[in-house]
Design a protein around this ligand. Structure first.
Ligand SMILES: NC(=O)c1ccc[n+]([C@@H]2O[C@H](COP(=O)([O-])OP(=O)(O)OC[C@H]3O[C@@H](n4cnc5c(N)ncnc54)[C@H](O)[C@@H]3O)[C@@H](O)[C@H]2O)c1
Length: 285
């Protein structure tokens, strides 16, 4: 099994959905994980703490953070938890997110501010705080941002606008941070979660395969793969993952690239992706 040695991960939105699956997968492979999520259930229990409890019960190490990602102060507080608990930050996975279906004719300032706050401010603030820490450490890092195909083909203006912005800032950050050995790749997932409870989204896009499995656990190996040492040369990529399917879109507007969806016979493992994805990226498909 491919594992991490002495690595510390932060997973925002890690209390539920995709973030939770990623946090558990990273911890299973040896990373110490700061699980960030501001959600607290009606019983007063923090979603982040519940996932940390799962990690610890499985023999791993974790720490909970309930700060909101939507401010620079909140993002810095999340990084501070990692440094205080485990001394460093090696991986950042920015899975905190929310959704609102408001149409252009209905949307108001509050909805726009909420959606762009979590997604855009949340991404830029977390990347800012984590990248500064990684640069100070001097030995690189891994950042996986979370956008959506809906960023460019969506039907909800605030969500699409924010998700498209995440693609842009991911490209820029990948270029800026390359000299520090920090990779920035952008995940375009599709899974059934409390945020998106139906699988319908997968069927909206012409030519897309319909996912065979919608559990978030099918997506976590792609994130875990991007955090490996051997993925150090992959940066600025846009990786779609859903069920048994993966594809690498490549940087937006690179029209010379074609896109091939690859369906595995079963769930992708980190080891399987490590064998296959380098060829997919190098072949430009
Ligand atoms: N599920 C999908 O099919 C899908 C598709 C495309 C993109 N995404 C994106 O993936 C990410 C994760 O989505 P999910 O489906 O797992 O949703 P989810 O609701 O299951 O998980 C998101 C978590 O983020 C937390 N969160 C929200 N705002 C926060 C904040 N300000 N600070 C800290 N935590 C906050 C929520 O409490 C929640 O637990 C989101 O960015 C979403 O837009 C999901």
């Amino acid at each position: 099994m491919k594992t991490y040695t002495n690595k510390v991960a932060i997973v925002t939105g890690g209390g539920r959905g995709l973030g939770r699956a990623c946090a558990l997968e990273l911890a299973r492979r040896g990373a110490k994980v700061v699980v960030n999520d501001f959600f607290v259930g009606e019983d007063g229990v923090s979603a982040a703490q519940l996932v940390v409890d799962e990690i610890v019960a499985a023999g791993g190490e974790g720490a909970a953070s309930t700060d909101s990602v939507a401010t620079f102060a909140g993002a810095q507080a999340i990084v501070d938890v990692a440094v205080a608990s485990f001394g460093r930050v090696d991986f950042l996975v920015t899975s905190a997110g929310t959704f609102n279906p408001a149409r252009i004719t209905d949307i108001g300032q509050d909805v726009w501010d909420n959606i762009t706050g979590v997604h855009l401010d949340g991404h830029v603030a977390c990347l800012n705080a984590a990248a500064k820490q990684m640069i100070a450490q001097g030995d690189g890092g891994r950042i996986v941002t979370v956008s959506s195909r809906g960023g460019l083909f969506g039907a909800e203006v605030a969500y699409s606008g924010a998700k498209a912005g995440i693609m842009g800032l991911s490209s820029a950050a990948a270029l800026e941070l390359a000299e520090h050995g920090i990779t920035v790749n952008c995940l375009l997932p599709s899974a059934q979660t409390q945020l998106f409870s139906s699988a319908a989204e997968t069927r909206l896009f012409g030519g897309m395969p319909v996912s065979m499995h919608m559990e978030p656990e099918y997506i976590a190996p792609a994130v875990a793969y991007l955090c490996l040492d051997e993925a150090k040369d992959f940066t600025g990529q846009f990786l779609y993952a859903s069920g048994n399917d993966v594809c690498v879109y490549g940087p937006p507007l690179r029209v010379e690239r074609t896109t091939t969806f690859v369906r595995n016979t079963g769930a992708w493992s980190v080891e399987g992706l490590a064998e296959y994805l380098p060829h997919l990226i190098e072949s430009g498909s």
